[in-house]
Design a binder for this molecule. Sequence first.
Ligand code: GTP
Ligand code: MG
Length: 434
Amino acid sequence: MALATAPAAGAVGILRLSGPGALEAGRRLAPGVPASPVPRHAYLASFVDAAGRPLDEGLFLYFRAPHSFTGEDVVELQAHGSPRLLQLLLARVLEDARVRPAHAGEFTRRAFLHGRMDLTRAEAVADLVAADSEAAVRAAAAGLSGGLATRVRALEEPLRALHADLEGVLNFPEEAEGADEDSGPRVAALRAEAEALLADSGRSRLVRRGARVALYGPVNAGKSTLFNRLVGEARALVDDEPGTTRDVLEARVEWSGLGLSLLDTAGLRETPGRVEALGIARTREALAAVDLALLVLPPGATPAEAEAWTREAGATPMLRVAGKCDVARPPEDVGLPVSGKTGEGLEPLRAAVLSRLWGEGTPAAVALVSERHADALRRTAEALGRAHEASRLSTLEVLSGEVGLALEALGEVSGTSASEALLDAIFQRFCIGK
Ligand SMILES: Nc1nc2c(ncn2[C@@H]2O[C@H](COP(=O)(O)OP(=O)(O)OP(=O)(O)O)[C@@H](O)[C@H]2O)c(=O)[nH]1
Ligand SMILES: [Mg+2]
């Protein structure tokens, strides 16, 4: 049993019960509901305390196993969204010795264990709850309707068939003769497929967490002015005194559905004061940790200076902006002409940022391959790499062993070979009541 809605005042608060005793436990709170309610029918019910006094009036819904989210009997009580009222209702349900509070993600975990969804879909539920940009919502929704599951299955099924063929030849050489003939090309094709899926993990990270983009450059170049313009409000202090920005400022925006965290940083210069030097150290830290660095150059920056500032970004991908273009038109090779003051060049800048971060295609269309998926896919691809070697140089036992390992690693993505510990780790990041 758990509260399925946020523990804050709202129009509706939902209490959810799952398990064989859900109906009886739910009816203790709503005795007016028939003993055998029509499944999926909304009953208007009075929710009462132990003495039978009404606490609230709301909806009572019953989902009979296996046709429910968890695959078990489920009862949902929809009450008014008062946190105190919901506490009273929860306490009343918990008086029943058969009821206990659900763990984080327990409903979804049960749905997975009862075969209602594979692991990628269960994780898409958590992604959807956590999504904070349109692209993240759309990508998670695609995962929920089986986007990633389909691609994983398209890999897992032929891999399992290959493993069965190899084991067949090993164990029943007469009957299965020849089934291993084209195992080399089959392994190679599966490996390429695993790697293609793995390649989506970088983009998935951008969609899930949002991309981090920092403005940096020499003092007084107009970074904070441009930052304010991009964010759409006067967040950062702007002044003609060089060294105005001392700390890293962060703001969230959404461009073409993709969530971005924009960072304004302290301008860099050779001989800063003590506090300013601390700010500059933070700029360098921020630059090392972002997905893209936007170098803002002042008018009159020479190509040699531009090159020198470019090196500050280190290994981080970098895009050059020629700032204050309303003052002087920059030479072509300095960077994209932009003016934070007039707003000129803003759209081309946004487009350039998105294309550097994303390349072609739309963020919402990505398969949400998590770090966890990527790790398992990497092991799948590695085992298939070794299997390919074995198909040319080694015995059938070794080949089949490696294919088996690949299958096991891939099973961690779909959930066909997920251990209890792995499931614990996955469902811990869910919220209570989901
Ligand atoms: N004409 C013009 N002036 C600008 C533009 N952007 C900024 N300025 C002016 O340039 C000065 C510095 O602007 P800031 O945005 O504070 O520059 P900054 O790069 O953040 O400076 P620091 O934080 O000190 O490194 C201010 O006087 C701004 O009004 C621009 O696009 N055009
Ligand atoms: Mg500034």
